[in-house]
Design a protein. Structure first.
Ligand code: SF4
Ligand code: SF4
Length: 249
């Protein structure tokens, strides 16, 4: 009996001394891996130009809230949407106006899943024309706890569907749209012309989602979006080049 207790004590000591640190080390390695991915070290594990879809996040795995936010921001950054924001903000259209989390000259102090998921009319339009809007919406539909300018998203959630990293640059599309908007803002006497246009495009793309099972309405709304976006000459040129590249990479 004494011998058994003695052996059991040795086994417990061995477990505490060696095994637990290993478990902690293993967890730490997973943590490090995630941090590397967050800081961009691992997002381009496969070279660009690979025709296989590359997922920005592991699917059917537990991912952190921070990683989800970071992925959303990187995705939009890859599209070059900050160019569009620059023009919009210069024309007093910032979507962050009046937010308590906005620090002057520094930017947002409380990035959350809700604001990352939210798209204004111009960003929505970019994703709509490039065929990425559905994927974007489906990705964010998996993220619970989104609210106005804040979130109650748990620290970790499971995701079924990731966002795919584009294998060809789309920054030229954003640059083209930004240049079109800049020109429109300067050439229209009406104050806030591009902001009104943004809201109209936004409303129509939302309506399109609502009527996705009604082909007649769908055609009507698509026509409306086409008319509203008709002044985006540079963008349409860049878009047709982008579509060509997709057919003949
Ligand atoms: S409203 Fe749209 S374009 Fe303007 S700053 Fe916000 S996200 Fe950017
Ligand atoms: S919380 Fe949202 S609205 Fe407020 S500053 Fe940040 S991104 Fe902008």
């Amino acid at each position: 009996m004494i011998l058994f207790a003695y052996v059991a004590a040795i086994v417990i000591c061995f477990y505490v001394k060696y095994t637990i640190p290993y478990i902690q080390t293993f967890e730490y390695l997973i943590f490090l891996k995630e941090q590397m991915r967050l800081s961009g070290f691992m997002t381009n594990e496969q070279p660009r130009g690979n025709s296989q879809p590359i997922h920005a996040l592991p699917e059917r795995e537990r991912v952190s809230r921070q990683m989800i936010i970071k992925t959303g921001i990187s995705f939009l950054h890859e599209l070059g949407t900050d160019q569009i924001c620059k023009v919009c903000i210069a024309n007093s259209g910032s979507c962050c106006i009046g937010c308590r989390h906005l620090s002057n000259g520094v930017g947002c102090q409380q990035r959350n899943t809700s604001c990352t998921a939210w798209l204004c009319g111009y960003l929505k339009y970019m994703l709509y024309e490039t065929g990425l809007l559905k994927e974007w919406n489906e990705f964010w539909n998996q993220v619970p706890g989104q609210d106005f300018r804040e979130d109650y998203t748990p620290d970790y959630i499971f995701i079924e569907q990731s966002l795919s990293i584009q294998d060809q640059t789309m920054k030229d599309l954003s640059e083209a749209l930004a240049a079109d908007l800049q020109e429109l803002a300067q050439s229209h006497i009406a104050i806030g012309f591009i902001l009104t246009l943004r809201e109209k495009i936004d409303k129509n793309i939302d309506r399109l989602m609502d009527y996705k099972n009604d082909p007649k309405q769908e055609t009507k709304i698509k026509k409306k979006i086409k008319i509203l976006s008709s002044p985006f000459h540079r963008f349409h040129k860049a878009l047709s080049e982008y579509r060509q590249r997709q057919i003949n990479p």
